[in-house]
Design a protein around this ligand. Structure first.
Ligand code: FA5
Length: 357
């Protein structure tokens, strides 16, 4: 038998090509690849053995070996592409959502009509509850200056509380920092400023709207979500009024069998502050993935207006006092309809949406 390193190259190449043809999954390909073209493969071993040849023979053998390597690598790449293609079509087949039925049935006479989404209808219902309690409904901008979103709410630059509302900044080329609002609380400031300017105090308003945060979506969070803010500024308002409004709201919206509680919390613009929670409706308080096994779901924050906020908008804190609250609308919808994962609200799966028509 010859001792020349490449004597058996044709057979070795045939074996490699046969091995490649026998690879049936991407996982198998990942496992086999080092053996076929890696450092310990026969091709690399042969490459190293060429060092023993004289320079002319080494050059010829090197070229031959390189040619074979290219051929083997091309066969491997072609097999990979083939396997990826079939894995993709398998995934597509498994994930296929047949909308044919839905489309056809909605084309039957009478033609199907759309309906408000769950978040929109929840907002409407929440507004109705508060209108029934004597509140008016106001609107505010979704893009805010730093002043309205933070500073007027007693959150100066570099205040650690800003971390609670990490947000998206908008580049408008203006010297002032502009953000997609992180909560509906800045609308409180607009309302109080307008009431001071127009001499229309007291205020009893709710302000629903869209908010944005750099939150990673999970069972209870979205990056774009909705809140409904409440603001009361009047004479002689106390924490008991706030607690009464929240209790009345809970009973009206969730029914009498849902328990709620206020827990001491911190917000820079209210003092004292509280978090408002209800029994998790998914597990009825037993503890589940949605409520992180606590049995409770936080719906919002609330508290008595901080004197610094009244001062920022020019309201005399000796004459007026008040409270504010901010509830998550998506969270309310989630708890009312026992939706285990809030992300269902934005997935646009008609099978989900139609349950709320
Ligand atoms: C606030 O946003 C305060 N502005 C609330 C407030 C208003 C306190 C007035 C005092 C006075 P917080 O970050 O906790 O607080 O959010 C309030 C509620 O919004 C949460 O309880 C939750 O229901 C909802 N929420 C907050 N972040 C998200 C999110 N990423 N996805 C869905 N809902 C959210």
């Amino acid at each position: 038998m010859s001792t020349a390193p490449l004597d058996q190259l044709p057979e070795q190449k045939a074996e490699l090509l046969q091995a490649i043809a026998g690879i049936s999954t991407l996982e198998m390909l990942r496992e086999e690849e080092p053996r076929i073209t890696g450092k310990r493969s026969i091709l690399s071993t042969l490459q190293r053995s060429l060092g023993s040849l004289d320079p002319d023979a080494r050059k010829d053998a090197g070229a031959t070996l390189q040619e074979v390597r290219h051929e083997v690598e091309a066969a491997l790449a072609a097999r990979r592409a083939e396997l990826e293609r079939s894995a993709r079509s398998e995934t597509l087949e498994v994930d296929r959502l047949d909308l044919g039925d839905v489309v056809v049935s909605s084309l039957k006479w009478p033609l199907g009509v759309g309906h408000p989404g769950l978040v929109a209808s929840t907002q409407q219902e929440l507004e109705d509850v508060f209108i029934g309690m004597g509140f008016s409904v106001a609107d505010g901008p979704e893009v805010e200056s730093d002043w309205y979103n933070f500073e007027a709410l007693n959150i100066p630059p570099a205040h650690p509380a800003r971390g609670m509302w990490d947000t998206f900044y908008v580049e408008l080329g203006e010297p002032e920092t502009v953000v997609l609002r992180t909560h509906t609380s800045p609308t409180q400031i607009h309302l109080m400023e307008a009431a001071v300017a127009n001499g229309t105090l007291p205020i009893h308003s709710v302000m629903p709207g869209r908010c944005f945060r750099r939150d990673t979506p999970d069972a209870r969070h979205l990056a774009t979500f909705h809140q409904i803010e409440g603001l009361v500024v009047d004479r002689g308002i106390s924490f008991a009024d706030l607690a009464g409004v929240i209790e009345t709201f809970t009973r009206a919206y969730f029914g009498a069998d849902i328990e709620s509680r206020l827990r001491p919390a911190y917000f820079p613009f209210t003092e004292p502050s509280a978090e408002f929670e209800i029994t998790c409706t998914i597990c009825r308080g037993e503890g589940c993935r949605t409520c992180s096994r606590t049995g409770w779901i936080e719906l919002g924050g609330c508290g008595m207006l901080d004197p610094a906020v009244l001062e920022a908008v020019g309201i005399d804190g000796n004459e007026w006092s008040g409270f504010a609250f901010g509830f998550g609308i998506d969270r309310c919808a989630q708890m009312r309809h026992q939706i285990a994962d809030m992300r269902a609200l934005i997935e646009n799966d008609v099978r989900f949406l139609e349950q709320f028509s």
